[in-house]
Design a protein around this ligand. Structure first.
Ligand code: FPP
Length: 256
């Protein structure tokens, strides 16, 4: 059983008490807007401003990787006007911010299915990724048209194709090898997953990658997010005792 208890990315987490990789389910835009008598679309636009504040604050707080959930494969079921607004958000964000992200050493990646996105949006995404491809100071990953289960299924399909083509054997597949087929291949796993808005679930976000993530739920709505709530989440993370399925040294002695 020892192998199963070994964290798959041993050594990858940030300094003790500080997450290297933070992931956020940016929830609560609609409720934020409703409470102000505003259309939901304005909640999403305010959400982009919260994203800017959070990205600006994260590197100085020791975070090296930030992955955010921008649009889930399930969000297509929302009214067409809201889907159209959500589809416009990356363009809105990159138009104002890509030059600064590029200058400040931020590498931008967008994970999720490109099928279903407009050619214009795909071009904007590819341009943002290409412009920042050599940056290494901070890694911003936007999950867009992303679903954790769909990504796991796609990874399984790609591995099966490799086997069918004779390039791999079923025996090659272990946790690390499988991770290499996911959209997040090459990224450290999230140490901390934050969900604001009071909801307490993952909603199909980073299901494989979340295996040993600490979860922090905050009552604030996403459009109000920024440096202070992020600091609070990091402080909560610092109190957590991460054991990766093992037991603490004192208990090893007690167990005889
Ligand atoms: C969930 O809130 C939020 C979303 C579906 C969209 C999140 C997107 C952003 C905050 C901006 C993203 C920016 C980029 C660059 C992609 P909700 O609408 O479900 O809120 P509710 O639960 O209060 O209704």
């Amino acid at each position: 059983m020892a192998a199963a208890e070994t964290p798959p990315y041993a050594g990858a987490p940030g300094e003790p008490g500080r997450p290297l990789h933070v992931a956020i389910v940016m929830d609560g835009n609609g409720r934020w807007a409703k409470r102000r008598g505003l259309p939901r679309t304005l909640g999403h636009r305010a959400g982009v401003e919260a994203l800017k504040r959070t990205v600006a604050a994260a590197p100085d707080l020791g975070v090296g990787w930030l992955t955010i959930f921008g649009f889930s494969t399930e969000n297509w079921s929302r009214p067409a006007a809201e889907v159209a607004e959500l589809m416009a958000l990356p363009k809105r964000y990159f138009e104002t911010d890509i030059a600064r992200l590029e200058r400040e050493g931020v590498r931008v990646r967008v994970i999720g299915r490109r099928e279903g996105l407009s050619a214009d949006l795909v071009r904007i995404i590819e341009d943002a990724e290409a412009r920042t491809a050599n940056n290494t100071r901070f890694h911003l990953t936007i999950a867009f048209n992303y679903g954790g289960q769909a990504d796991i299924a796609a990874a399984a399909r790609r591995f099966a194709e490799e086997v069918a083509a004779g390039r791999r054997s079923p025996d090659d597949l272990d946790e690390a090898a499988f991770g290499g087929f996911l959209a997040t291949a090459g990224a450290p796993p999230p140490d901390l997953i934050i969900r604001p808005s009071g909801e307490q679930r993952l909603s199909n976000f980073l299901l494989w990658e979340a295996a040993y993530a600490e979860l922090v739920f905050q009552d604030i709505m996403w459009p109000d997010y920024g440096e202070e709530p992020l600091r609070a989440a990091l402080a909560e993370f610092a109190t957590r005792d991460r054991r990766y399925g093992a037991i603490v040294a004192d208990d090893v002695l007690a167990a005889g």
